[in-house]
Ligand binder design. Structure first.
Ligand code: HEC
Ligand code: HEC
Length: 187
């Protein structure tokens, strides 16, 4: 918790500096910077990039955290008081930032992940960027984050009818390989 607080004050300083230079981040984004980075690209492989993510998807997820359908102790304190309008503004802002490429997975598993990605393309697109605005871009996303989400769909701690069916036949080795592949894929 202490580390979070330190990160948050650093984030507030950064957000203040951006504001002074005329950045267009909504006020509600000031606290997000500490973990999701000043430009929506996170420095920690466990914390997702938000930059260039689809706005419709971001909006659904931030609401899910606020309303308790998606649970995470790191996120919960920062979204509880957001209005629907704040959430729509945050989603539009992050969707408009340039995407990053995390490329921080296990490089020796990229080829295996690429083979497995055949199971993902119907929904997440040929290059990890789906056509539907309410579905997530996974190309370039942080590797540990991706792996954890796949495991969460498998164990039911994150609910999605589509994803739980997809991950049912797979386990940690496949999740690690898929995360390695998608994290280095240029979105
Ligand atoms: C203390 C660190 C921290 C702060 C501050 C924080 N987040 Fe997060 N955020 C996380 C973590 C960790 C996750 C991954 C949660 C999980 O594993 O399900 C996450 C996940 C998310 C996701 C889901 C991304 C996806 O691809 O599904 C969104 C959207 C998000 N955060 C938006 C925000 C916004 C907007 C703010 C500011 C209002 C914020 N976060 C503040 C740590 C943080
Ligand atoms: C039938 C369509 C479909 C298929 C096939 C599919 N997905 Fe998904 N995926 C979705 C949907 C819809 C969501 C959003 C679910 C939610 O709201 O949590 C999602 C979410 C995700 C997320 C969470 C992203 C984030 O930012 O938190 C990851 C990671 C993911 N999918 C990876 C994969 C991988 C890897 C495969 C192939 C093994 C795959 N998906 C196949 C539809 C699909």
């Amino acid at each position: 918790m202490r580390t979070f607080r330190m990160l948050i004050s650093a984030g507030l300083l950064l957000a203040g500096a951006t504001g002074a230079l005329g950045g267009e981040a909504p006020a509600a984004a000031a606290t997000c910077v500490a973990c999701h980075g000043p430009k929506g690209v996170s420095a920690n492989p466990e914390w997702p990039n938000l930059a260039g993510q689809h706005a419709g998807y971001l909006e659904i997820q931030i609401r899910a955290f606020r309303d308790g359908q998606r649970e995470n102790p790191a996120m919960a304190p920062f979204v509880g008081k957001l209005s629907d309008k704040d959430i729509a503004n945050l989603a539009a802002y992050y969707a408009g930032l340039p995407r990053g490429t995390a490329a921080n997975g296990d490089a020796s598993m990229v080829a295996t992940g690429e083979n497995l990605s055949a199971y993902c393309k119907a929904c997440h697109g040929m290059q990890g960027v789906p056509a539907a605005n309410v579905w997530p871009v996974i190309a370039g996303q942080q590797s540990v984050y991706l792996q954890k989400q796949l495991a969460a769909y498998k164990n039911g701690s994150r609910a999605s009818a589509q994803m739980s069916t997809v991950v049912a036949p797979f386990g940690d080795d496949e999740f690690k390989a898929l995360a390695a592949y998608y994290s280095q894929l240029k979105p």
